[in-house]
Design a protein around this ligand. Structure first.
Ligand SMILES: [Fe+2]
Length: 205
């Protein structure tokens, strides 16, 4: 299921969907995402650039991401890599924080999603404050900006921090990895075993 985007083009016609938003006693809902599971966990063994899930959509991104391992990659690679953005956000100057909260940046989607027929473009700030916490919506690529923009420097700074400070999670059959997508950036190491198979679940905030 695809969330609604501010602008879409392509043939998939999935822009009418949205992230699960059930309210009431079951305030946290989950739904599998077969399209993205196929595109991101089976079909593209190249390394992924650090990002938060859903940065390329206009709606609030999923709060948690869960990856369930059906078949781990044999041989090297295929680990999910993660980095906590909290120290990076805490290190921002007041001026930088204000800019990230108040500037609508333009984002485009990944080539993998484009191959599914969705050419997404949207605008949103990198930081959002909600109920006393920060939501980070960011990617180290796919940001449409001028080279002298502060966001370009931030991409380089946070990508270097990711390369230095990430943790890499290796999968075994039936492992499930769950993380806070409002706080952590994630990526994936390259791999060569195309039988690697994970399932993804997105959990709304
Ligand atoms: Fe992702």
């Amino acid at each position: 299921m695809f969330p609604r985007s501010s602008t879409t083009s392509g043939s998939a016609g999935a822009s009418e969907a949205s992230y699960p938003t059930t309210r009431g006693p079951w305030s946290v809902t989950s739904a599998p995402n077969p399209a993205w599971t196929t595109s991101t966990t089976r079909a593209t063994p190249a390394p992924l650039t650090p990002h938060s899930e859903g940065y390329d959509f206009a709606v609030t991104p999923p709060r948690y991401i869960a990856l369930w391992c059906i078949t781990p990659a044999s041989g090297p690679g295929g680990e999910t890599t993660l980095m906590d953005t909290r120290p990076l956000v805490a290190a921002l100057t007041d001026v930088e924080r204000k800019q990230l909260l108040e500037t609508d940046y333009a984002w485009k989607t990944t080539e993998g999603v484009q191959r599914l027929g969705l050419d997404l473009k949207t605008r949103h700030p990198i930081l959002e404050e909600r109920s006393g916490r920060d939501i980070v919506r960011f990617s180290c690529n796919n940001l449409i900006r001028e080279d002298d923009d502060f966001a370009a420097a931030l991409q380089s700074r946070w990508h270097a921090a990711f390369d230095r400070d990430h943790v890499a999670v290796e999968y075994h059959e039936r492992d499930m990895l769950v993380w806070d997508n409002w706080r952590l950036l994630h990526a994936r190491n390259a791999f060569s075993d195309r039988s690697r198979h994970l399932r993804r679940i997105q959990i709304a905030g």
